[in-house]
Design a binder for this molecule. Structure first.
Ligand code: NAD
Length: 481
């Protein structure tokens, strides 16, 4: 059985304890590889390797660092088919989605930061008449920790690692123990790209052990984390007393506001995607759909019909649009929410049940599910399900729509469908979210700041924001005669 090994100091290693975790193929419900299960001793080894590599890497000329990042991006492209297939098998996502989104974006992350770092520099402040000059240096922090979730495995792993190493840091990174395969393959790519040993160290294992050891390590000076809000709270409690820099990208319960004056066809097809892409397992999915009452019934009929037409199937089949959920535990969590919905008197309009695929009866498939809600405070509308479950609710005024959208502890993203410019601007200003999409969804320019407010996170990633996070600014003040 294939072994997924740690990558420490440029070498592939099992855990010192020789402990392993079973890795499941969610489309078949079967164990297909085993993952080295790190504890604090393996994390310490990874830290030592990163610490050793830091002086040389942080002093490597930017052009050279940039070239290595570009080489990694090229190698991701060269291994496109293999990586897409690996991501699909490990996560259960349709291979078509891995090809369209996950793998191209992983390459784009490296390519973007290879270029961004060449444009990133300090500032100068000339105090005229005082014979004083101030300037700032953006210095690499040292060894940093990057921890990522299972929903967009290589996409989010590289979104952290690329800016961290571009800025001259060395890294101890941990992908999710549920989807470690493409991070393991990235290590092989880094060897081929001649990334110096110890610049990127990847440990595999559980959050409570390996992840916790990274967060609690006194010499790892910054933590970039993407995952659930409860985990983020726990990480913050550990890292804050150690005065670590923290970037926390957490959960969401995002509103999708649909007004009668929108471009209906575009809205409808995009809303199917924003509801069910990646089986609804994207932090930016619009899981609370609010529809203006004059088009509510029409929308309901059309949306149910389009959802029912989604091709659910084995993820490696090219035509599959909707694959398997990531794990048995997650499938059970989603199913439990349908029970909660029924207990709360919420109506199931379509879906709501586990599916047994003809040739893959043990796989973790669940129907795309649409619920109808009349109380915004029900658990279905307040808690992140992170699966193929959306709720519909109608509204009759702008004010009501805004209140419904903001009535949540989360604040990651929001989508508004309207052709009224004034309304789109008013809502964009008032909606409590880190990103607002008007007449579009998941439309990302990597230069823009990305992150959430409220319980969706702390800090911003993307563009120069990530390079700022992964550097410390130092002010130098010089007087002259
Ligand atoms: P999770 O919080 O369970 O795990 C995320 C990562 O943290 C994993 O690698 C895990 O092993 C690790 N981890 C768990 N406990 C830890 C601990 N105590 N210390 C250190 N590390 C620990 O999240 P998940 O189930 O993998 O991912 C789903 C969640 O991620 C959802 O809430 C989703 O909204 C969120 N998410 C957010 C964004 C964003 O950009 N805001 C993007 C994708 C996913």
């Amino acid at each position: 059985m294939q072994e997924i090994l740690h990558f420490i100091g440029g070498e592939f290693k099992a855990s010192q304890s020789n402990q392993w975790i079973d890795n499941y193929n969610p489309a078949e419900g079967k164990i297909y590889s085993k993952i080295a299960d790190a504890n604090h001793k393996d994390v310490e080894l990874a830290y030592q390797a990163a610490d050793k590599a830091f002086p040389a890497w942080s002093e490597t000329p930017i052009e050279k660092r940039s070239k290595i990042l570009l080489k990694i991006a090229d190698l991701i492209d060269e291994n496109f088919e293999t990586l897409a297939k690996a991501e699909s098998i490990d996560n259960g996502k349709p291979v078509s989605l891995a090809k369209a989104v996950d793998i191209p974006r992983a390459a784009a992350n490296f390519r973007f930061y290879a270029k961004a770092i060449t444009q990133f520099s300090g500032k100068a402040f000339e105090s005229q008449g005082l014979k004083t000059h101030n300037m700032t240096l953006n210095q690499a922090i040292g060894v940093v920790g990057c921890i990522s979730p299972w929903n967009l495995p290589l996409y989010l792993f590289t979104w952290k690692i690329a800016p961290a190493i571009a800025a001259g840091n060395t890294v101890v990174a941990k992908p999710s123990e549920i989807t470690p395969m493409t991070a393991f393959k990235l290590a092989e790519i880094c060897v081929k790209a001649d990334l110096p040993q110890g610049v990127l160290n990847i440990v595999h294992g559980r959050g409570q052990t390996a992840g916790q050891a990274i967060v609690a390590h006194p010499q790892i000076k910054a933590i970039s984390f993407t995952g659930g809000t409860a985990t983020g709270q726990h990480i913050a409690k550990t890292a804050a007393p150690l005065f670590k820099k923290m970037s926390l990208e957490l959960g969401g319960k995002n509103p999708n506001l649909i007004f009668a004056d929108c471009n209906y066809e575009k809205m409808l097809s995009t809303t199917v995607k924003s509801s069910f892409a990646n089986q609804g397992q994207i932090c930016l999915c619009g899981s609370r759909i609010y529809v203006e009452d004059s088009i509510y019934e029409q929308f309901k009929t059309d949306f149910i019909a389009k959802t029912k037409a989604l091709k659910i199937g084995y993820p490696l089949e090219a035509s599959t649009e909707f694959g398997a959920l990531v794990s048995k535990e997650h499938l059970e969590k989603v199913a439990a929410y349908i029970k909660i919905a029924q207990e709360e008197g919420v109506k199931v309009l379509t879906g709501g049940k586990q599916i047994q695929l003809k040739d893959h009866k043990e796989g973790y498939y669940f129907e795309p599910t649409i619920l109808e809600v009349d109380n915004n405070n029900c658990r279905i509308n307040q808690e992140e399900i992170f699966g193929p479950v959306v709720s519909l609710m109608k509204f009759s005024s702008d004010e009501e729509a805004l209140n419904l959208a903001n009535e949540t502890t989360y604040g990651l993203s929001a989508t508004i469908w309207t052709n009224n410019l004034n309304r789109s601007m008013r809502f964009s200003q008032k909606i409590e979210a880190g990103i607002v999409w008007v007449n579009t969804w998941l439309n990302r320019d990597l230069r823009t700041p990305f992150g959430g407010i409220k319980q969706s996170g702390l800090g911003r990633e993307g563009g120069f924001e990530a390079l700022e996070f992964f550097t410390e600014q130092k002010n130098i003040c010089i007087t002259f005669e």
